[in-house]
Design a protein around this ligand. Structure first.
Ligand code: AMP
Length: 335
């Protein structure tokens, strides 16, 4: 059995001066979209930054959830992050670093209901329902705590989270001017456009962990025959002939998505003349991409104590890094 060696988190004094923080929500099984759009760039960032990667289990509680399923998803995601090659990062589960919830409590005394009411995601998720979990409303404040605790100078953020990071900045500025300069105000940066993998059954929608019935979603632990079936049933169009195999996101979203997945997984469309051949090439490329990850996953899953130790060491480092920030915030606000 081969286990990638990551017995402990990187030391408190990392060789990299820039910090990077990303949290993934364990609200479903990770997908090929997560791998190509998030995990790959996270692996690459380990070369240049001191990376903190967390599993946002507290955020997963803001929507309907089943406790047993959540615990299982956290365990699976924790193992998958290691299997994907994040072994030079500080990996942690958010709830195991109590400073996140503690700082969120203080920041709720700085953020206002007016601001939270303006959050587009809250409006969208709460649309048409009389009442939601309170945590769905206050989620952006917990996210502000997630960020501010690590004093990053830059936060690369996609469009869907931009408003939340703007709120983070506003809250930090207000806290600093009311109580003293505790927080670094992070700049918002736009990450380079990454791969955007679309749902195979509905190529106008993002391939997501939740939201569709899963027929067009490739999960990272799908065995080869499942990948084959999902790709084979993927939507294309009625054009025929070799010229039909071309990228055109507007007119041919299904074929374009297949071509992009093929390229991202190291495949080559040269010489393909039918959609059947394209789908076979995509299947082969995706299966080849997932195979080593799935092998590492099953090795790691056979040694759960190792995974537990990696995350315990990660949480310990997070507690060490965040303790002075929480202590400064508590002292400044009068506790
Ligand atoms: P989510 O699964 O929506 O919580 O997103 C977690 C991370 O994966 C974010 O960085 C997303 O941008 C990325 N991601 C999720 N789905 C896709 C997709 N279909 N294509 C590319 N990136 C994705």
């Amino acid at each position: 059995m081969t286990i990638p060696s990551a017995p402990s988190a990187p030391s408190a004094t990392s060789a990299h001066s820039t910090r990077r923080l990303s949290l993934l929500k364990p609200t479903g099984h990770l997908t090929l979209g997560n791998l190509l759009g998030a995990l790959r760039p996270m692996v690459a960032a380990q070369q240049t930054a001191d990376c903190f990667y967390g599993i946002a289990d507290l955020h997963a509680l803001t929507v309907a959830h089943d406790p047993v399923a959540l615990r299982e998803l956290v365990r699976e995601q924790a193992t998958l992050l290691l299997a994907a090659g994040l072994d030079a990062s500080t990996l942690f589960v958010q709830s195991r670093v109590p400073a996140h919830a503690q700082l969120a409590c203080l920041l709720e005394c700085v953020a206002t209901t007016g601001e939270l009411n303006r959050m587009i995601q809250f409006k969208e998720k709460g649309r048409g329902v009389d009442s939601t979990k309170t945590s769905l409303f206050t989620y952006p404040v917990l996210m502000a705590a997630d960020i501010l605790l690590y004093r990053p100078t830059q936060v690369p953020v996609g469009d869907d989270q931009r408003q939340h990071v703007e709120l983070t900045r506003d809250v930090a500025v207000r806290f600093n001017s009311a109580y003293g300069a505790v927080f670094t105000i992070p700049e918002i940066t736009t990450p380079p456009a990454g791969a955007r993998v679309m749902d195979l059954a509905d190529p106008t929608a993002k391939m997501g962990k939740t939201g569709s019935d899963g027929a067009g979603v490739i999960h990272l632990l799908d065995p080869p025959d499942v990948v084959r079936r999902k790709v084979a049933r993927g939507v294309t169009d009625s054009e025929t002939g070799p010229e039909a195999i071309r990228a055109d996101r507007e007119a041919k979203p299904g074929v374009t998505n297949l071509l992009e997945i093929l390229a991202a997984c190291g495949g080559d469309p040269a010489g393909l003349t039918t959609y059947g051949a394209l789908k076979k090439a995509v299947t082969d490329a995706v299966v080849a991409e997932l195979e080593p990850l799935q092998k590492r996953y099953s090795d790691l899953a056979a040694d759960p104590d190792h995974v537990t130790e990696v995350y315990a060491a990660g949480a310990a480092r997070c507690r060490e890094v965040t303790a002075p920030v929480l202590a400064a915030a508590e002292a400044a606000i009068g506790l």
